[in-house]
Design a protein around this ligand. Structure first.
Ligand SMILES: Nc1ccnc(=O)[nH]1
Length: 403
């Protein structure tokens, strides 16, 4: 156990993963998971876009490394606890990945900054975007190594001290520049893709015949899809039985008894899902719900011509036109922070003006004004562009039904 590694060598692996991601047409970000002696356990890169279509808005490199770790452990692998492990990432983690990393307990070494969505977006390493109780945790685990040089890529070290197995403790300027440029070269293109074909009017999937391929694919993921409908964006007590069933399943799956539902712009119930936390601590209901919806659309569209893809996008629109409903509200925990971030990564752009109540919860997890203050302190992507603003459902009978 006396193997050691330079930070530079680890960042170079992350940069190579980032290049692989860019080559695949997705966000150019990659990372590597190291054990307590500097051995590489796994390296991964962003997989948000696959085959030119959005496959999974949560498939960031860091989040995948966290899930990979828990999948290994639940399959019986003898891995050290997260506290002994370090994720080295080519780009500053977004809010989703930061929440996942903090919830799990990993250390992080960060190369390029991300002034839009990075947890250290202001480069102060004070993590004011986090709820106050989590800031010290981030300061003791998130390391921003020095980059020596005279260009704008150079910087002084900040944040946590790197683990002692790192010998060289700085990043070469050219490698840092590579991490930045690879991300910048794809960012706007991928964000554009996330909203592709979003112009036309939406069609009601409840109007399709029951044996239509789209309806069958939806019901394969969630058998009760399209069996409940409310006024658009106003879930009522009729949603309660679906939430309760998923909440009970969530508890059996190792979760806290929560659920996440997605309604479309017509008020149709598309998905209402539990988490899978016995498989991974971070597979919470919202993560499962947004991922299942994206994967459904991706599976239906892959290999189809553009007219067929257009039809699928009309019947299964971008989730920003619908409503996400959480059984339990957000609180100050790392897992809730992950949910806020994953919501942001799902939206990736301004909400439609006619849908200000896209994100709703039934039971509050914290006071509404404290929740809004938390959302306003998030990095610019979340607070200025998307303007994340979760609110409680309007229907008192639905609230009473889950009380
Ligand atoms: N920090 C990151 C931003 C975007 N995508 C990623 O995989 N990672």
């Amino acid at each position: 156990m006396n193997k050691t590694i330079d930070i530079q060598a680890a960042v170079a692996i992350a940069a190579a993963e980032a290049l692989a991601a860019k080559t695949e047409g997705t966000f150019g970000v990659g990372g590597v998971l190291l054990d307590g002696a500097g051995n590489v356990l796994q390296s991964m890169h962003n997989k948000v876009v696959q085959g030119g279509l959005v496959a999974d808005p949560t498939a960031h490199g860091e989040r995948q490394l966290v899930d990979w770790y828990f999948a290994q452990v639940s399959a019986g692998a003898a891995l050290p606890p997260p506290q002994e492990l370090t994720i080295v990432t080519s780009l500053d983690p977004c809010c989703m990945c930061t929440g996942a990393i903090l919830a799990a307990g990993f250390h992080v070494v960060v190369a390029a900054p991300d002034g839009n969505a990075g947890i250290n977006y202001d480069n102060h390493a004070s993590f004011t975007a986090l709820p106050a109780p989590l800031r010290a945790q981030a300061a003791s685990r998130f390391c921003y190594p020095a980059v020596r040089g005279a260009t704008p890529y150079a910087r002084a070290a900040s944040g946590a001290r790197p683990k002692s197995f790192f010998i060289g403790k700085s990043i070469n300027e050219a490698t840092q520049a590579l991490c930045t440029l690879v991300f910048e070269s794809m960012a706007s293109q991928v964000m554009q893709l996330l909203h592709d074909g979003d112009a036309g009017p939406l069609c009601d999937p409840a109007s399709l015949p029951h044996d239509h391929a789209l309806v069958r694919a939806l019901r394969q993921r969630y058998p009760d899809a399209l069996t409940y409908r409310c006024a658009p964006h106003v879930p009522d007590a009729g949603l309660a039985p679906f939430l309760r069933a998923a909440m009970e399943q969530d508890r059996r799956n190792g979760g806290a008894g929560e659920a996440a539902a997605l309604l479309d712009s017509f008020g149709n119930l598309l998905l209402c899902l539990p988490g899978q936390q016995s498989q991974s601590l971070i597979r919470t209901p919202f993560m499962e719900c947004t991922r299942q919806y994206a994967q459904l659309r991706h599976a239906l569209m892959m290999g189809k011509d553009s007219a067929q893809q257009e039809t699928i996008k009309r019947y299964l629109g971008h989730p920003k036109h619908g409503t996400f409903v959480l059984s339990g509200g957000l609180d100050g925990s790392a897992a809730s922070f992950m949910t806020l971030g994953a919501y942001g990564s799902t939206m990736e752009g301004a909400l439609p003006e006619n849908n200000p109540a896209q994100f709703q919860y039934v039971r509050p997890g914290m006071a509404q004004d404290a929740l809004l203050a938390l959302c306003q302190a998030l990095p610019p992507l979340y607070s200025k562009l998307i303007k994340i603003e979760p609110r409680q459902v309007a229907d008192a009978a639905l609230i009473a039904a889950l009380a």
